[in-house]
Design a protein. Structure first.
Length: 147
C-alpha cells in the first residue's frame, strides 16, 4: 500500500532515510554501527524540512524513498532512536520496495519543503556539525531548536 502502513509480511528492521544512514551518527547515538543494507519504500519521499538540516519521510503515491535498513537493534537502542527522533516523527511499519516484507520507519508529521532532501550536500557540508550536535545531545545537552 503506497503511503500507508502495511499489515502483511515480516518486519525486518528500521528503515532510515536521512541522518541515521550515516555510520558516524549511529556510532555516536548507539555506540556501535549495526548492519546496514540498502532499502527503499514505495509511496514515500524524503523531503527537506524548513529551517533544519535533517529530512522527513512524507507520503507521495508516485515516489520511492531510498535509504538503508538497520538490522539487529536492541530494545535499548530503539528507545534511544525513538527519543532522538522526537515527537514530530511517528513510528510506523511500511512495506519494502523489494517485496521482502516490512520495516519500521519514522514518518514526519510537520510541514515539509516541496523538494527532496539532498543527501550528498548534507554529507559534504553539514554532517560534521550535525555529528557534534548529536554527540552533545547524547551527553545530555538539549537538542537545539534549529540545526
Amino acid at each position: 500500500m503506497s503511503g500507508k502502513a502495511s499489515v502483511d509480511g515480516p518486519v525486518h528492521g528500521l528503515f532510515v532515510y536521512g541522518t541515521l544512514r550515516f555510520p558516524e551518527i549511529l556510532e555516536i547515538l548507539l555506540g556501535r554501527v549495526p548492519r546496514l543494507t540498502p532499502a527503499a519504500v514505495p509511496g514515500w519521499r524524503v523531503r527537506a524540512l524548513p529551517g533544519v538540516d535533517y529530512p522527513g519521510l512524507v507520503a507521495d503515491p508516485g515516489g520511492t524513498a531510498e535509504g538503508m535498513l538497520i538490522a539487529g537493534l536492541t530494545e535499548d537502542e530503539r528507545r534511544v532512536l525513538d527519543e532522538f527522533e522526537g515527537d514530530l516523527y511517528e513510528p510506523a511499519v511500511l512495506p519494502l520496495a523489494d517485496g521482502s516484507g516490512r520495516a519500521r520507519a519514522y514518518l514526519w508529521r510537520g510541514p515539509a519543503e516541496p523538494y527532496d532532501w539532498d543527501l550528498a550536500d548534507f554529507a559534504e557540508h553539514r554532517l560534521a556539525a550535525f555529528a557534534e550536535r548529536c554527540r552533545a545531545w547524547r551527553a545530555g545537552d538539549p537538542w537545539p531548536e534549529s540545526i
